[in-house]
Design a protein around this ligand. Structure first.
Ligand code: MN
Length: 499
Protein backbone atom coordinates (compact mmCIF):
# COMPACT_ATOMS: atom_id res chain seq x y z
CA UNK A 1 0.00 0.00 0.00
CA UNK A 2 1.21 3.49 -0.73
CA UNK A 3 1.16 6.11 1.96
CA UNK A 4 -1.81 7.90 0.40
CA UNK A 5 -3.81 4.67 0.33
CA UNK A 6 -3.00 4.04 3.98
CA UNK A 7 -4.11 7.54 4.89
CA UNK A 8 -7.33 7.13 2.87
CA UNK A 9 -8.09 3.80 4.54
CA UNK A 10 -7.44 5.27 7.99
CA UNK A 11 -9.73 8.19 7.22
CA UNK A 12 -12.46 5.80 6.04
CA UNK A 13 -12.02 3.68 9.19
CA UNK A 14 -12.35 6.67 11.47
CA UNK A 15 -15.52 7.71 9.65
CA UNK A 16 -17.03 4.21 9.89
CA UNK A 17 -16.09 3.86 13.54
CA UNK A 18 -17.74 7.20 14.37
CA UNK A 19 -20.90 6.04 12.58
CA UNK A 20 -20.87 2.71 14.39
CA UNK A 21 -20.52 4.37 17.77
CA UNK A 22 -23.48 6.63 16.97
CA UNK A 23 -25.46 3.52 16.04
CA UNK A 24 -24.53 1.67 19.21
CA UNK A 25 -25.00 4.56 21.62
CA UNK A 26 -28.83 4.68 21.67
CA UNK A 27 -28.88 0.95 22.44
CA UNK A 28 -26.80 1.23 25.62
CA UNK A 29 -28.77 4.00 27.32
CA UNK A 30 -30.08 1.50 29.85
CA UNK A 31 -26.64 1.52 31.51
CA UNK A 32 -25.48 4.04 34.08
CA UNK A 33 -22.63 6.42 33.20
CA UNK A 34 -19.89 4.15 34.55
CA UNK A 35 -21.01 1.21 32.45
CA UNK A 36 -21.46 3.37 29.35
CA UNK A 37 -17.88 4.58 29.79
CA UNK A 38 -16.75 0.99 30.08
CA UNK A 39 -18.52 0.10 26.83
CA UNK A 40 -16.89 3.10 25.17
CA UNK A 41 -13.47 1.94 26.36
CA UNK A 42 -14.16 -1.53 24.93
CA UNK A 43 -15.31 0.03 21.67
CA UNK A 44 -12.15 2.11 21.36
CA UNK A 45 -9.89 -0.86 22.13
CA UNK A 46 -11.81 -2.99 19.65
CA UNK A 47 -11.36 -0.44 16.85
CA UNK A 48 -7.65 -0.11 17.59
CA UNK A 49 -7.19 -3.88 17.61
CA UNK A 50 -9.06 -4.77 14.40
CA UNK A 51 -7.97 -1.53 12.80
CA UNK A 52 -8.42 -1.61 9.01
CA UNK A 53 -8.93 -5.40 8.83
CA UNK A 54 -11.68 -6.35 6.45
CA UNK A 55 -14.36 -9.00 6.20
CA UNK A 56 -14.91 -11.14 3.07
CA UNK A 57 -17.51 -8.57 2.04
CA UNK A 58 -14.81 -5.90 1.87
CA UNK A 59 -16.36 -4.04 4.81
CA UNK A 60 -14.30 -3.09 7.83
CA UNK A 61 -14.16 -5.92 10.36
CA UNK A 62 -15.34 -3.64 13.18
CA UNK A 63 -18.87 -3.72 11.74
CA UNK A 64 -19.25 -7.33 12.85
CA UNK A 65 -18.65 -7.07 16.63
CA UNK A 66 -20.83 -3.94 16.79
CA UNK A 67 -23.73 -5.70 15.02
CA UNK A 68 -23.51 -8.64 17.45
CA UNK A 69 -23.35 -6.21 20.38
CA UNK A 70 -26.48 -4.33 19.26
CA UNK A 71 -28.39 -7.63 19.14
CA UNK A 72 -27.54 -8.32 22.79
CA UNK A 73 -28.00 -4.69 23.86
CA UNK A 74 -31.57 -4.90 22.54
CA UNK A 75 -32.00 -7.73 25.02
CA UNK A 76 -30.57 -5.41 27.71
CA UNK A 77 -27.80 -7.82 28.64
CA UNK A 78 -25.46 -6.96 31.50
CA UNK A 79 -22.33 -4.85 30.94
CA UNK A 80 -19.84 -7.73 31.05
CA UNK A 81 -21.68 -9.49 28.23
CA UNK A 82 -21.86 -6.31 26.14
CA UNK A 83 -18.16 -5.53 26.62
CA UNK A 84 -17.17 -9.13 25.89
CA UNK A 85 -19.28 -9.14 22.71
CA UNK A 86 -17.50 -6.04 21.42
CA UNK A 87 -14.15 -7.70 22.06
CA UNK A 88 -15.11 -11.28 21.17
CA UNK A 89 -12.89 -11.62 18.08
CA UNK A 90 -9.96 -9.53 19.31
CA UNK A 91 -7.69 -12.26 20.80
CA UNK A 92 -8.44 -14.62 17.90
CA UNK A 93 -8.04 -12.25 14.96
CA UNK A 94 -5.63 -9.52 16.09
CA UNK A 95 -2.26 -9.21 17.81
CA UNK A 96 -3.93 -7.99 21.01
CA UNK A 97 -4.02 -10.85 23.53
CA UNK A 98 -6.35 -11.73 26.39
CA UNK A 99 -3.53 -10.73 28.71
CA UNK A 100 -3.44 -7.26 27.15
CA UNK A 101 -7.20 -6.93 27.57
CA UNK A 102 -6.96 -8.05 31.20
CA UNK A 103 -5.22 -4.76 32.01
CA UNK A 104 -8.43 -2.84 31.31
CA UNK A 105 -11.24 -5.34 31.83
CA UNK A 106 -12.52 -7.46 34.68
CA UNK A 107 -11.79 -11.20 35.05
CA UNK A 108 -15.47 -11.78 34.30
CA UNK A 109 -15.18 -10.06 30.91
CA UNK A 110 -11.95 -11.93 30.15
CA UNK A 111 -13.61 -15.21 31.11
CA UNK A 112 -16.45 -14.58 28.66
CA UNK A 113 -14.13 -13.58 25.80
CA UNK A 114 -12.00 -16.64 26.46
CA UNK A 115 -15.09 -18.84 26.33
CA UNK A 116 -16.10 -17.43 22.94
CA UNK A 117 -12.52 -17.56 21.62
CA UNK A 118 -12.14 -21.24 22.49
CA UNK A 119 -15.28 -21.92 20.49
CA UNK A 120 -14.11 -20.17 17.36
CA UNK A 121 -10.74 -21.93 17.13
CA UNK A 122 -12.18 -24.59 14.86
CA UNK A 123 -14.12 -23.37 11.87
CA UNK A 124 -16.26 -25.75 9.83
CA UNK A 125 -13.39 -27.84 8.51
CA UNK A 126 -14.75 -31.33 8.07
CA UNK A 127 -17.09 -33.51 10.06
CA UNK A 128 -14.65 -34.60 12.81
CA UNK A 129 -13.76 -31.05 13.68
CA UNK A 130 -17.39 -30.03 13.46
CA UNK A 131 -18.31 -32.56 16.12
CA UNK A 132 -15.35 -31.46 18.21
CA UNK A 133 -16.42 -27.86 17.82
CA UNK A 134 -19.85 -28.70 19.12
CA UNK A 135 -18.49 -30.55 22.09
CA UNK A 136 -16.40 -27.48 22.92
CA UNK A 137 -19.49 -25.34 22.67
CA UNK A 138 -21.30 -27.41 25.25
CA UNK A 139 -18.28 -27.29 27.55
CA UNK A 140 -18.30 -23.49 27.23
CA UNK A 141 -22.04 -23.25 27.85
CA UNK A 142 -21.66 -25.41 30.90
CA UNK A 143 -19.36 -22.76 32.37
CA UNK A 144 -21.46 -19.68 31.66
CA UNK A 145 -24.68 -19.35 29.67
CA UNK A 146 -23.71 -15.85 28.55
CA UNK A 147 -21.01 -17.37 26.34
CA UNK A 148 -23.74 -18.94 24.27
CA UNK A 149 -25.71 -15.67 24.05
CA UNK A 150 -22.61 -14.05 22.53
CA UNK A 151 -22.12 -17.02 20.23
CA UNK A 152 -25.75 -16.80 19.04
CA UNK A 153 -25.50 -13.06 18.30
CA UNK A 154 -22.16 -13.69 16.56
CA UNK A 155 -23.71 -16.42 14.44
CA UNK A 156 -26.72 -14.28 13.57
CA UNK A 157 -24.55 -11.53 12.09
CA UNK A 158 -22.36 -14.03 10.24
CA UNK A 159 -25.51 -15.52 8.71
CA UNK A 160 -26.68 -12.12 7.53
CA UNK A 161 -23.41 -11.68 5.61
CA UNK A 162 -23.24 -15.21 4.21
CA UNK A 163 -23.70 -14.11 0.57
CA UNK A 164 -19.99 -13.33 0.42
CA UNK A 165 -18.91 -16.92 1.03
CA UNK A 166 -18.64 -19.94 -1.29
CA UNK A 167 -21.96 -21.81 -1.73
CA UNK A 168 -20.69 -24.98 0.00
CA UNK A 169 -19.64 -22.94 3.03
CA UNK A 170 -22.94 -21.08 3.02
CA UNK A 171 -24.82 -24.36 3.10
CA UNK A 172 -22.69 -25.83 5.86
CA UNK A 173 -22.92 -22.81 8.16
CA UNK A 174 -26.64 -22.36 7.53
CA UNK A 175 -27.37 -26.04 8.15
CA UNK A 176 -25.36 -25.99 11.37
CA UNK A 177 -27.35 -22.93 12.40
CA UNK A 178 -30.70 -24.66 11.83
CA UNK A 179 -29.62 -27.91 13.42
CA UNK A 180 -27.66 -26.70 16.41
CA UNK A 181 -27.81 -22.96 17.10
CA UNK A 182 -31.54 -22.39 16.59
CA UNK A 183 -32.50 -25.41 18.75
CA UNK A 184 -30.17 -24.17 21.51
CA UNK A 185 -31.86 -20.74 21.35
CA UNK A 186 -35.23 -22.50 21.43
CA UNK A 187 -34.17 -24.62 24.39
CA UNK A 188 -33.23 -21.47 26.25
CA UNK A 189 -36.53 -19.83 25.24
CA UNK A 190 -34.81 -17.01 23.29
CA UNK A 191 -37.34 -16.88 20.48
CA UNK A 192 -36.11 -13.51 19.18
CA UNK A 193 -32.72 -15.03 18.30
CA UNK A 194 -34.16 -18.38 17.30
CA UNK A 195 -36.51 -16.77 14.74
CA UNK A 196 -33.84 -14.44 13.39
CA UNK A 197 -31.30 -17.26 12.97
CA UNK A 198 -33.85 -19.54 11.32
CA UNK A 199 -35.03 -16.89 8.89
CA UNK A 200 -31.47 -16.01 7.83
CA UNK A 201 -30.41 -19.65 7.43
CA UNK A 202 -33.57 -20.83 5.67
CA UNK A 203 -32.67 -19.57 2.16
CA UNK A 204 -29.30 -21.39 2.10
CA UNK A 205 -30.58 -24.72 3.35
CA UNK A 206 -33.76 -24.96 1.28
CA UNK A 207 -32.61 -23.06 -1.79
CA UNK A 208 -35.00 -24.88 -4.14
CA UNK A 209 -38.20 -23.85 -2.42
CA UNK A 210 -37.19 -20.74 -0.50
CA UNK A 211 -38.12 -18.07 -3.03
CA UNK A 212 -41.43 -19.60 -3.99
CA UNK A 213 -42.25 -20.24 -0.37
CA UNK A 214 -41.54 -16.69 0.71
CA UNK A 215 -43.50 -15.28 -2.25
CA UNK A 216 -46.54 -17.43 -1.46
CA UNK A 217 -46.34 -16.67 2.25
CA UNK A 218 -46.03 -12.96 1.59
CA UNK A 219 -49.12 -12.93 -0.62
CA UNK A 220 -51.11 -14.59 2.15
CA UNK A 221 -49.52 -12.46 4.87
CA UNK A 222 -50.34 -9.28 2.90
CA UNK A 223 -53.92 -10.39 2.44
CA UNK A 224 -54.25 -11.04 6.16
CA UNK A 225 -52.47 -7.85 7.16
CA UNK A 226 -55.15 -5.87 5.28
CA UNK A 227 -57.81 -7.72 7.22
CA UNK A 228 -55.90 -7.12 10.44
CA UNK A 229 -55.74 -3.37 9.83
CA UNK A 230 -59.52 -3.33 9.97
CA UNK A 231 -59.74 -5.75 12.91
CA UNK A 232 -57.06 -3.82 14.78
CA UNK A 233 -59.18 -0.65 14.71
CA UNK A 234 -62.16 -2.57 16.03
CA UNK A 235 -60.00 -4.23 18.72
CA UNK A 236 -58.71 -0.90 20.01
CA UNK A 237 -62.25 0.49 20.04
CA UNK A 238 -63.59 -2.52 21.94
CA UNK A 239 -60.85 -2.25 24.54
CA UNK A 240 -61.35 1.49 25.01
CA UNK A 241 -65.12 1.03 25.35
CA UNK A 242 -64.49 -1.48 28.14
CA UNK A 243 -62.23 0.97 29.93
CA UNK A 244 -59.02 -0.83 29.01
CA UNK A 245 -55.86 1.03 28.06
CA UNK A 246 -53.38 -1.63 26.99
CA UNK A 247 -49.70 -0.68 26.79
CA UNK A 248 -49.45 -1.94 23.21
CA UNK A 249 -51.74 -3.37 20.54
CA UNK A 250 -50.13 -4.40 17.27
CA UNK A 251 -50.14 -6.98 14.50
CA UNK A 252 -47.30 -9.43 14.15
CA UNK A 253 -46.53 -11.69 11.19
CA UNK A 254 -45.22 -15.18 11.74
CA UNK A 255 -41.61 -15.83 10.70
CA UNK A 256 -41.00 -17.72 7.46
CA UNK A 257 -39.13 -20.67 8.86
CA UNK A 258 -41.67 -21.24 11.59
CA UNK A 259 -44.46 -21.22 8.96
CA UNK A 260 -42.35 -23.67 6.93
CA UNK A 261 -42.02 -25.99 9.93
CA UNK A 262 -45.76 -25.77 10.62
CA UNK A 263 -46.62 -26.62 7.03
CA UNK A 264 -44.89 -29.97 7.47
CA UNK A 265 -48.02 -31.31 9.08
CA UNK A 266 -50.65 -28.93 7.64
CA UNK A 267 -51.80 -28.88 4.06
CA UNK A 268 -51.66 -25.17 3.17
CA UNK A 269 -51.27 -21.63 4.47
CA UNK A 270 -55.01 -21.10 5.02
CA UNK A 271 -54.83 -23.80 7.71
CA UNK A 272 -52.43 -21.74 9.81
CA UNK A 273 -54.54 -19.61 12.11
CA UNK A 274 -51.73 -17.54 13.61
CA UNK A 275 -50.02 -16.51 10.35
CA UNK A 276 -50.67 -13.00 11.49
CA UNK A 277 -51.81 -12.27 15.02
CA UNK A 278 -52.91 -9.33 17.11
CA UNK A 279 -50.76 -8.97 20.16
CA UNK A 280 -52.11 -7.10 23.18
CA UNK A 281 -49.75 -6.17 26.00
CA UNK A 282 -51.48 -5.18 29.26
CA UNK A 283 -50.17 -4.21 32.69
CA UNK A 284 -51.24 -7.16 34.83
CA UNK A 285 -52.69 -10.67 34.81
CA UNK A 286 -56.21 -9.52 35.77
CA UNK A 287 -56.24 -7.30 32.70
CA UNK A 288 -55.22 -10.29 30.56
CA UNK A 289 -58.37 -12.17 31.55
CA UNK A 290 -60.57 -9.08 31.42
CA UNK A 291 -59.30 -8.34 27.90
CA UNK A 292 -60.05 -11.94 26.94
CA UNK A 293 -63.64 -11.68 28.15
CA UNK A 294 -64.19 -8.36 26.34
CA UNK A 295 -62.94 -9.83 23.07
CA UNK A 296 -65.10 -12.91 23.57
CA UNK A 297 -68.18 -10.69 23.70
CA UNK A 298 -67.34 -8.67 20.60
CA UNK A 299 -65.72 -11.13 18.19
CA UNK A 300 -66.68 -14.49 16.80
CA UNK A 301 -64.42 -16.73 18.88
CA UNK A 302 -63.61 -20.38 18.17
CA UNK A 303 -63.92 -21.40 21.79
CA UNK A 304 -62.31 -24.81 21.68
CA UNK A 305 -59.12 -23.23 20.36
CA UNK A 306 -58.72 -20.80 23.27
CA UNK A 307 -55.50 -21.54 25.17
CA UNK A 308 -54.62 -20.38 28.66
CA UNK A 309 -50.83 -20.50 28.72
CA UNK A 310 -50.89 -18.24 31.78
CA UNK A 311 -52.42 -20.87 34.05
CA UNK A 312 -50.57 -23.61 32.16
CA UNK A 313 -47.33 -22.24 30.72
CA UNK A 314 -45.65 -24.06 27.84
CA UNK A 315 -42.71 -26.33 28.70
CA UNK A 316 -40.21 -23.58 27.87
CA UNK A 317 -41.98 -21.15 30.24
CA UNK A 318 -43.98 -19.25 27.60
CA UNK A 319 -47.07 -17.50 29.00
CA UNK A 320 -49.94 -15.79 27.14
CA UNK A 321 -53.65 -16.14 26.44
CA UNK A 322 -54.36 -17.22 22.87
CA UNK A 323 -57.74 -16.99 21.24
CA UNK A 324 -58.70 -17.74 17.68
CA UNK A 325 -61.34 -15.52 16.08
CA UNK A 326 -63.19 -15.71 12.78
CA UNK A 327 -63.60 -12.69 10.57
CA UNK A 328 -66.88 -13.20 8.67
CA UNK A 329 -66.26 -10.44 6.14
CA UNK A 330 -63.05 -12.03 4.81
CA UNK A 331 -63.85 -15.57 6.01
CA UNK A 332 -60.45 -15.75 7.66
CA UNK A 333 -59.22 -16.96 11.03
CA UNK A 334 -56.82 -14.90 13.07
CA UNK A 335 -55.36 -15.04 16.55
CA UNK A 336 -55.27 -12.74 19.58
CA UNK A 337 -52.30 -13.06 21.93
CA UNK A 338 -52.72 -11.38 25.30
CA UNK A 339 -49.87 -11.05 27.80
CA UNK A 340 -48.19 -8.76 30.33
CA UNK A 341 -44.93 -6.90 29.67
CA UNK A 342 -43.00 -9.45 31.78
CA UNK A 343 -44.51 -12.36 29.88
CA UNK A 344 -43.67 -10.59 26.63
CA UNK A 345 -40.07 -10.08 27.63
CA UNK A 346 -39.79 -13.71 28.62
CA UNK A 347 -41.42 -14.86 25.36
CA UNK A 348 -38.81 -12.95 23.38
CA UNK A 349 -35.68 -13.44 25.48
CA UNK A 350 -36.36 -16.55 27.58
CA UNK A 351 -33.65 -17.51 30.03
CA UNK A 352 -31.58 -14.55 28.81
CA UNK A 353 -34.13 -12.21 30.44
CA UNK A 354 -32.71 -13.45 33.72
CA UNK A 355 -29.34 -11.95 32.83
CA UNK A 356 -30.70 -8.54 31.88
CA UNK A 357 -28.98 -5.53 33.41
CA UNK A 358 -30.84 -4.31 36.48
CA UNK A 359 -28.84 -1.31 37.65
CA UNK A 360 -25.81 -1.54 39.87
CA UNK A 361 -26.02 -5.06 41.21
CA UNK A 362 -24.63 -6.62 38.08
CA UNK A 363 -22.04 -5.22 35.76
CA UNK A 364 -18.37 -4.36 35.78
CA UNK A 365 -16.46 -5.82 38.69
CA UNK A 366 -19.15 -8.25 39.71
CA UNK A 367 -17.33 -11.33 40.91
CA UNK A 368 -20.39 -13.46 40.48
CA UNK A 369 -19.94 -15.59 37.41
CA UNK A 370 -23.03 -17.31 36.28
CA UNK A 371 -22.53 -20.87 37.30
CA UNK A 372 -24.11 -23.48 35.10
CA UNK A 373 -22.21 -26.57 36.12
CA UNK A 374 -25.46 -28.10 37.26
CA UNK A 375 -26.86 -28.17 33.75
CA UNK A 376 -27.35 -31.86 33.33
CA UNK A 377 -28.28 -31.80 29.66
CA UNK A 378 -25.11 -29.95 28.80
CA UNK A 379 -23.02 -32.37 30.84
CA UNK A 380 -24.63 -35.17 28.91
CA UNK A 381 -23.84 -33.48 25.60
CA UNK A 382 -20.23 -33.10 26.70
CA UNK A 383 -20.12 -36.77 27.73
CA UNK A 384 -21.56 -37.89 24.42
CA UNK A 385 -18.67 -36.02 22.78
CA UNK A 386 -16.18 -38.11 24.72
CA UNK A 387 -17.58 -41.41 23.51
CA UNK A 388 -16.09 -43.00 20.43
CA UNK A 389 -18.76 -42.12 17.93
CA UNK A 390 -18.62 -41.23 14.28
CA UNK A 391 -19.45 -37.58 13.65
CA UNK A 392 -22.80 -38.66 12.18
CA UNK A 393 -23.67 -40.71 15.27
CA UNK A 394 -22.59 -37.86 17.50
CA UNK A 395 -24.75 -35.33 15.68
CA UNK A 396 -27.72 -37.70 15.75
CA UNK A 397 -27.40 -38.04 19.52
CA UNK A 398 -26.93 -34.32 20.07
CA UNK A 399 -30.01 -33.52 18.02
CA UNK A 400 -32.04 -36.04 19.96
CA UNK A 401 -30.90 -34.60 23.25
CA UNK A 402 -31.44 -30.98 22.22
CA UNK A 403 -35.09 -31.64 21.65
CA UNK A 404 -35.74 -33.40 24.93
CA UNK A 405 -37.91 -31.31 27.18
CA UNK A 406 -36.03 -29.66 29.98
CA UNK A 407 -36.45 -26.40 31.86
CA UNK A 408 -33.91 -24.07 33.44
CA UNK A 409 -34.43 -22.66 36.90
CA UNK A 410 -32.23 -20.62 39.19
CA UNK A 411 -31.12 -20.78 42.80
CA UNK A 412 -31.31 -17.51 44.79
CA UNK A 413 -27.54 -17.21 44.13
CA UNK A 414 -28.13 -17.39 40.38
CA UNK A 415 -26.82 -20.88 39.87
CA UNK A 416 -28.58 -22.51 36.97
CA UNK A 417 -30.21 -25.91 37.43
CA UNK A 418 -31.87 -27.86 34.67
CA UNK A 419 -34.72 -30.27 35.32
CA UNK A 420 -37.14 -32.28 33.21
CA UNK A 421 -40.34 -30.49 32.22
CA UNK A 422 -43.00 -30.88 34.90
CA UNK A 423 -40.54 -30.88 37.80
CA UNK A 424 -41.62 -29.46 41.15
CA UNK A 425 -39.85 -27.48 43.92
CA UNK A 426 -39.33 -30.82 45.65
CA UNK A 427 -37.43 -32.18 42.62
CA UNK A 428 -35.36 -29.01 42.70
CA UNK A 429 -34.56 -29.51 46.40
CA UNK A 430 -33.43 -33.11 45.86
CA UNK A 431 -31.40 -32.02 42.88
CA UNK A 432 -29.47 -29.55 45.06
CA UNK A 433 -28.76 -32.23 47.66
CA UNK A 434 -30.63 -35.19 49.11
CA UNK A 435 -30.26 -33.77 52.62
CA UNK A 436 -31.92 -30.55 51.50
CA UNK A 437 -34.62 -32.48 49.66
CA UNK A 438 -35.50 -34.66 52.62
CA UNK A 439 -35.68 -31.67 55.02
CA UNK A 440 -37.76 -29.41 52.79
CA UNK A 441 -40.67 -27.71 54.53
CA UNK A 442 -41.45 -24.88 52.15
CA UNK A 443 -40.53 -23.45 48.78
CA UNK A 444 -40.58 -19.94 47.38
CA UNK A 445 -40.83 -19.51 43.63
CA UNK A 446 -39.94 -16.02 42.43
CA UNK A 447 -40.27 -14.84 46.03
CA UNK A 448 -43.80 -16.18 46.43
CA UNK A 449 -44.68 -19.15 48.58
CA UNK A 450 -45.40 -22.15 46.37
CA UNK A 451 -46.68 -25.66 46.94
CA UNK A 452 -44.02 -28.36 46.88
CA UNK A 453 -46.09 -30.05 44.17
CA UNK A 454 -46.37 -26.97 41.89
CA UNK A 455 -44.97 -27.26 38.39
CA UNK A 456 -41.85 -25.16 37.85
CA UNK A 457 -41.32 -23.28 34.63
CA UNK A 458 -38.33 -22.03 32.70
CA UNK A 459 -36.60 -19.08 34.37
CA UNK A 460 -38.14 -19.51 37.83
CA UNK A 461 -35.98 -18.67 40.82
CA UNK A 462 -36.52 -21.28 43.50
CA UNK A 463 -35.69 -21.00 47.17
CA UNK A 464 -36.00 -23.99 49.51
CA UNK A 465 -36.60 -23.63 53.23
CA UNK A 466 -35.62 -26.59 55.39
CA UNK A 467 -36.07 -27.77 58.94
CA UNK A 468 -33.92 -30.47 60.45
CA UNK A 469 -36.96 -32.12 62.06
CA UNK A 470 -38.66 -32.62 58.69
CA UNK A 471 -38.89 -36.16 57.17
CA UNK A 472 -40.10 -37.34 53.75
CA UNK A 473 -43.54 -38.97 53.65
CA UNK A 474 -45.37 -41.18 51.17
CA UNK A 475 -47.26 -38.20 49.61
CA UNK A 476 -44.00 -36.86 48.36
CA UNK A 477 -43.80 -39.68 45.82
CA UNK A 478 -46.76 -38.09 44.01
CA UNK A 479 -45.10 -34.69 44.05
CA UNK A 480 -41.85 -35.49 42.29
CA UNK A 481 -41.08 -36.05 38.66
CA UNK A 482 -37.38 -36.96 38.69
CA UNK A 483 -36.19 -40.50 39.19
CA UNK A 484 -33.46 -39.46 41.60
CA UNK A 485 -35.85 -37.64 43.96
CA UNK A 486 -38.22 -40.60 43.86
CA UNK A 487 -35.48 -43.07 44.71
CA UNK A 488 -34.19 -40.90 47.57
CA UNK A 489 -37.69 -40.70 49.02
CA UNK A 490 -38.26 -44.44 48.62
CA UNK A 491 -34.95 -45.24 50.25
CA UNK A 492 -35.86 -42.97 53.12
CA UNK A 493 -39.35 -44.48 53.55
CA UNK A 494 -37.94 -48.02 53.63
CA UNK A 495 -35.34 -47.04 56.17
CA UNK A 496 -38.04 -45.27 58.18
CA UNK A 497 -40.14 -48.46 58.21
CA UNK A 498 -37.25 -50.46 59.59
CA UNK A 499 -36.42 -47.97 62.28
MN1 MN B 1 -17.37 -13.10 15.53
Amino acid sequence: MTNTQTTDTQAALSQVSTQLWQELLPHIQYFDKANRDLVELAFTQMVMAHNTDQRKSGEFYIIHPVAATITLAEMKMDASTIVATLLHDVPEDTTVTLKDLAKDFSPEVIFLIEGVTKLSKIRYEGEQLYAENLRKMFVAISKDLRVVFIKLADRLHNLSTLTHLRPDKQYRIALESLEIYAPIAERLGISSLQNAIEDEAFQYVHRDIYNQFVTNSNIEIDRRNKILDRVLIKTKLVLTNHGLAPQKVYGRAKKYYSIFKKLDNKSDLTQIYDLVAIRIIVSNIDDCYYTLSCLQQEFEIINHRTKDYIARPKANGYQSLHLTAYDTESQTYFEFQIRTEDMHEFAEYGVAAHFAYKGQQRGQGSSQFVNTENLKWIKELVDIGQQELSPEEYLAKVRLDLFNDRIFVFTPKNHTIDLPTGSTPLDFAFRIHEDIGSRTIMAKVNNHIARLSDTLKNGDTVEILTDKRQRPNAHWLEWVKTKSARSHIKTYLKRGDRD
